[in-house]
Design a binder for this molecule. Structure first.
Ligand code: GLP
Length: 241
């Protein structure tokens, strides 16, 4: 895995946005794999700035998000669909119908998961997948124990993930306990992967991801099985390396 250590969150956000811009410039039909959470917010902000300043064209691009909470409608303020609309899609010229986020409030989750995998396949696969990392080493919502061959499915969130994400909800009791998430195998199917980590709270997860043998106990370490991964971390997240 290629490791890039930058000074701080601002530099991390700029670097990551520049990578995405160079991707869509080289291939206007880029299929992006996108992530939510606090970490990529700065990257999306930079991406919007760069796009507006240089008229970057996303009209032929498409995107697939990693995950969505089970039970939340797409218009729920805390849904990952709402997050993506607010933080990116409303501000660039990507056609809404080309942006994909798993549906969290369907009555048939099995069908939705199969449909999502198939949609990625029909799009020709993901060209560049952006990832954050959970404090426990999760990627997407692939919690510890997620095997390398897992695909899009309904997963149960761990208590530590529910607590970490409670800051976006009125209280911890409002955080959904399940999500639809791309699997590790889905993520490993992307042509390139870019993982972002910022802050001291991520330092141990970053160390385990890079320095331990690949194991389902630290899902991010399974990225060692991929041949084109760039890990961009700031100095705090790199402090245990
Ligand atoms: C959630 C998301 C992940 C994200 C993680 C870390 O669990 N499903 O995709 O990487 O949170 O989020 P943050 O960047 O806010 O620390």
């Amino acid at each position: 895995m290629k490791l890039v250590i930058v000074k701080d969150y601002a530099e991390l956000s700029r670097k990551a946005a520049e990578l995405l811009v160079s991707e869509v410039k080289a291939n206007p039909k880029t299929v992006f794999g996108l992530a939510t959470g606090g970490t990529p917010v700065g990257m999306y902000r930079e991406l919007i700035k760069l796009s507006q300043a240089a008229s970057i064209d996303f009209s032929q691009a498409s995107s697939f998000n990693l995950d969505e909470y089970v039970g939340l409608s797409s218009t729920h303020p805390q849904s990952y669909r709402s997050y993506m609309q607010e933080n990116l899609f409303n501000h660039i010229n990507i056609p809404t119908e080309k942006t994909h986020v798993p549906v969290g409030n369907t009555t048939d989750h099995l069908a939705e998961c199969a449909r999502y995998e198939e949609a990625i396949r029909l799009a020709g696969g993901i060209d560049i997948q952006v990832l954050g990392i959970g404090n426990n080493g999760h990627i997407g919502f692939n919690e510890p124990g997620s095997p390398a061959d897992s695909v899009t499915r309904v997963v149960k969130l761990t208590d530590s993930t529910i607590e970490a994400n409670a800051r976006y909800f009125d209280s911890v009791d409002h955080v959904p306990t399940q999500a639809v998430s791309m699997g590790i195998n889905t993520i490993l199917g992307a042509k390139k992967v870019v993982l972002l980590a910022s802050g001291e709270a991520k330092a141990e997860a970053v160390r385990l991801m890079l320095e331990e043998e690949p194991t389902a106990d630290v899902p991010a370490s399974l990225l060692q099985l991929h041949r084109d991964v760039t890990v961009i971390v700031d100095q705090e997240a790199a402090s245990k390396l």
